[in-house]
Design a protein. Structure first.
Lengths: 474, 474
């Protein structure tokens, strides 16, 4: 029903979209062994036929089967541009759900541009960002939340984000929403029926069953909303603040953590990754260090520039590392640690005794809550224990339990609005609200649930916002 | 014969190369809509079969036809890594000439790394730079000069370099060399025969015909060697020096030229190209401005820091632009221009009268050889005339005549050595050298000609040097 719903809407919406032939570079820009240019739209294959010369000239591309690859040359005004491989996707069998072609050429920037120019000359136009995926959505190949997951998948920087995006792309998330929405639609239609017969005071929609369904929806929405906390952490990384007196070794610690990770990453030669500065990946999660630029330049400290700067960092963090020099501990150390712990409130604070390789004796703390982890950032000692502690603090049980996790703030917002409407309906039933007012709240809840998957007509602005975030060629 | 020759050598040489399964990212590194991972080597398809789950499970990939594409998922330890398209190339039908697979995945850096890791775990190894093309060479899919052209093609930054690399990749260059070498081999075998019958004083190899052939080879080699001058310019750009007094507008001119080109390039949205700083592309050629960093920072000048710096630039240039402020000409202008022209010698000097929009009257020169081009770099006036003049000075008639052009310095060197040996043979015949000494010179010439196409066993170091310059994945 849901699918039928937005398929119906699709045909309406299509009128406002162009269904011409789009083309774009699908691989990252720059030089490589090969590059792939993608075309989509009715007539794509015929367009490529016009510029492609197969080594085996017996048949045109248009006569070949879907999902086959053909070697040949592409010429412009008789001049050879490149030797290419052309892959054909016919109609519904493609990613976009329409006739598509992929041209695999030599990975020269010049050739990429020349081929695109030629295709544009022959009638294609440059695709807008996300337009291929938008067409997949418009052609019923995926719902809106699945389309959004494609962008998340490409941008995923850690295992957890990758896992959640894949789960969502394969429909895990929207299936649950769609099911609930369908059940609610059944009730809604019964309630609307009551309105038609309002003079007769009949009750088609069993209120007890409705209350049961609302409780179920309430539970699911609440769980999904709560999962966003984890989802956000997965997507954006866990913010970590490192604070402590000057010369405690904050930047040495950061470098030690970053270097260790880089060494792992660079094991596979030739797959240089664009590591985000000051972010480490542990157990499939990203830990993002806050404001580390300052850490390296200034003598940012609890004592000097004062508590203020450190407190600002703590505010932005989920986890706080308090680092002190065990070989030469600051006076007032315990006071500082206590201040930081107090400021941190519910946030987790790890106290780290650095330079323990040169310390004569461990610092004795009066506060029994303080149990420092002994490390030496310089010598790389105790870093495993620190990493284990960080992972323990990152509460991602939901992830390991294979639960569905919401990572998209647009979904989060819609879920909250839907929950508010559901609660409104629940309250309405309790206080015996009239059917017409109840119907309105039910409609409101349906609208917000539909927004997530695109089951109801999405705003043109929403589509623009969603697909505008994609890279070109996707 | 040539092909037979190096195919024979190939089987010998293969022993020293591994023929295991190699894998690498074939598309540029970084984030994009899609990325392509390439595998090559016997057993590649079976390897991918081990991790790939087709949506249509009736057949294994190994049972599918060559040049077909299959949609499915790749899992690791039961965990989904990505939805992918797998393209199969069976045996001799692939680029490398051996069983190959291309996996097209989502363009996330994380996914790329995870897939490569998985393939390596399953028995593949990361390919060395150029190893795919090296295998194409080893498997007789292309000769050495064609393989080298692949790297040139990918790196080509202008139309001319692109054209020459394509021509060479398609064998235009090596065909000519191979033909000559084959004819010379026929003579060589007759001469060797004479040596066997040396006591009988017979002459199997007609000396007149040999002299004719040598003259032909001499002519071809000389032409190819001469083409290198153009070839080098095509590949590396034409070095241009801008000199003149301070405030003549040198950096404004450079920016005007660069901006005009960038505007053209950026017409195709989303295909940002990595433009080389201070290089403009005109009529398919690159003009490379020398030492422009200094141009912007210092008041580099003929008057101040003195002639020395300007003269150094002129030395490195093929074309010299002398720029002066027409609204406020320097005293001694003509003296300076004369000095620069003298220093330039055979090099082309263009004198440019800048700021002509604000000049009251043109400067009168006594030297009739000085005919300035009137421009205004700031207002963009006269730039077309300047660009036309630059193109006229770049002598690339050979290019427009579709002549074969040598761009590779390794080939240039071999051609020179071959020509020297050919000349030696010519001299030998003239002075009536004994057959055994003649045979030696002929062998020497054959060796150098063979080096170009890899017809004779190339040095392991040579192969390393050639393919080491490739990017990984090619």
């Amino acid at each position: 029903m849901l699918w039928g719903g937005w398929r119906g809407f699709t045909s309406y919406f299509c009128a406002m979209l162009r269904n011409d032939i789009i083309c774009a570079l699908a691989t990252p820009s720059g030089m490589g062994a090969i590059a792939v240019i993608r075309l989509s739209g009715k007539g794509s294959i015929a367009l490529v036929d016009g510029v492609f010369n197969s080594t085996n000239k017996t048949k045109k591309l248009i006569d070949k089967a879907s999902h086959t690859v053909h070697f040949g040359t592409i010429k412009k005004d008789g001049l050879l541009l490149d030797e290419v491989l052309v892959t054909l996707f016919k109609d519904a069998k493609s990613f976009t759900g329409e006739e598509s072609v992929e041209i695999s050429c030599h990975g020269s920037v010049l050739i990429q541009n020349k081929l695109l120019q030629l295709l544009i000359e022959k009638g294609a136009r440059m695709a807008d960002p996300g337009e291929f995926t938008m067409r997949a959505f418009m052609n019923g190949k995926m719902d809106l939340s699945q389309a959004e997951a494609v962008a998340d998948l490409i941008a995923a920087e850690n295992d957890a984000a990758h896992k959640v995006a894949l789960q969502q792309m394969r429909g895990g998330f929207s299936k649950e929403i769609a099911q609930l929405r369908e059940e609610l639609i059944n009730f809604a239609s019964l309630i609307e029926l009551e309105l038609d017969f309002s003079e007769e005071d009949v009750e088609f929609a069993n209120r007890d069953h409705l209350v049961q369904l609302l409780t179920k929806i309430d539970k699911v929405l609440t769980r999904l909303i709560q999962s966003f906390k984890v989802g956000n952490v997965i997507k954006n990384g866990i913010p970590v603040a490192i604070v402590g007196a000057p010369n405690a070794g904050k930047s040495t610690l950061l470098n030690a953590l970053l270097n260790e990770e880089r060494a792992i990453v660079s094991e596979i030669a030739g797959t240089t990754r664009d590591t985000v500065e000051d972010e480490i990946h542990l157990g499939g999660l990203s830990f993002r260090f806050i404001d580390t630029a300052g850490l390296r330049e200034t003598t940012d400290t609890v004592e000097n520039i004062g508590i203020k700067r450190a407190f600002e960092k703590i505010e932005q963090a989920h986890i706080v590392l308090y680092l002190y020099d065990a070989a030469n501990p600051e006076s007032d150390l315990e006071t500082h640690v206590n201040m930081v712990m107090e400021k941190a409130g519910n946030k987790s604070v790890l106290v780290l005794a650095n330079k323990t390789d040169r310390a004569k004796a461990p610092v004795a703390f009066t506060n029994t809550n303080i149990s420092p982890i002994a490390i030496s950032a310089k010598e790389g000692l105790g870093l495993d224990a620190l990493q284990d502690a960080l992972l323990t603090l990152a509460d991602t049980k939901a992830l390991s339990n294979n639960q569905i996790i919401v990572t998209n703030s647009r979904h989060y917002e819609s879920l909250n609005l839907a929950l508010a409407a559901i609660n409104q309906v629940q309250d309405g039933i309790e206080i015996g609200l009239t059917t017409d007012l109840l119907a309105e709240d039910v409609r409101e809840a349906l609208r917000h649930l539909g927004n997530i998957t695109g089951a109801i007509e999405p705003d043109r602005d929403i589509l623009g916002t969603i697909f505008g975030k994609f890279c070109i060629g996707k």
